[in-house]
Design a protein around this ligand. Sequence first.
Ligand code: SF4
Ligand code: SF4
Length: 402
Amino acid sequence: MENIKYEVMKKIMNKKMKNLKYDDLVKEWNKEKRQMIKETSDHRIYRWDPEGMYKILENTGKVITDTNPYVNLVDIEEFDLVIENEPYPVAPPPMNKVKGKKSKGASFFGVMHKEITGDAMYYMKDQMISMERINKEAQGINIPEPNKEKEKDLIKLKKEIFEYAKSLGFASMGVTKVDRRYVSMGVDDEIIFDNIILLGYEMPKEVLDNYPKPKGELGAFGAYTGCARNVHKVADFIRSKGHDCRSRDWGGGIKYSPHAVNAGLGNYSTYGVCVTPEAGTRLKYCSILIDADLPLDKPKDFNIEEFCSRCRMCQKSCPSNSIPKEEKQYKGAVKRQTRFSGCLELMTTSRECLKCVRVCPFSMIGYEQCMESLPQYYMYNLQIDELDKEFLLSKKEGEYIE
Ligand code: SF4
Ligand code: SF4
């Protein structure tokens, strides 16, 4: 039945797009962009309900973020009250209907997929199936019953979940508490558990090697679809171990970078995403909220920010200037703020730009080699416990230590 449904949809999509040309859509997109930029640039999280009452939310993840030295936040109390949540509003306005006008957003992606993969539904099919299931789960509909026998050894359970997720292609995994300051407006009520498993799906290097003119597969959409295809399998595995859980998508309702950094997967990159030693920035994230108190992973210093501060290749090469040169103070928080609207434009009108990923040494060369290229005295963060201050101070500035 499912297959018939999607075969029919595929025919309709392909027919509808027969006369649409990608370049024409790009032109239309450019016409509308000014309005879109205006609409995306000013999203805030206020925890007020529609009646104007202040909503008080439990926020167990706050302590983790507050004590995490790798999140670059100051004056966190103010940040609590008014969070600036770019680049991920619930749904980017360019993908919504704008003032009664018919949006071309969805066709845009469909046409791109068709031209690259030969099938408008190539990625959409799995994305739609997954999204439908996630939306239903969020409303408490069609959630499979967890097994009656509950795995009580939570260390073992976590290990098994990670091993299973890895076998499905997830490269980076970690557990932390939800910090609701990084949950988008209107999504709070769907986040019914406080423990969150972060899952990072890899964009293979071989796929990125085909850019800037990808053929056959797309890096970002491939990884988003990897999340869509596999996140429910991990959730069902958790249920088979007797625990309740909810899959969450890649759409931005939960901002994953701070959670991934809190879960010790990696550190912030220059453009705000979490760089991991396993795959650099070649990851797209999804998550699972779980009722079990799995052992939490701790934030960890991989010395990545040190390397980034000497690299900044992504910032220098971003064609839309969406990656900021400096951190900025915003509503009490010091943060890097990638301009979502500028990036989205290039990610669609240039068939997934991904230049920031393609120039990143962590993504393309590997963590070990990046670290080897850092002079030893910039490596102190990693050896902070056995830091030989006397030895380091005996060296002149700029002197390399063999
Ligand atoms: S390109 Fe350079 S600065 Fe940017 S994330 Fe990668 S290592 Fe960091
Ligand atoms: S994908 Fe392209 S436009 Fe977007 S931030 Fe990266 S380099 Fe800039």
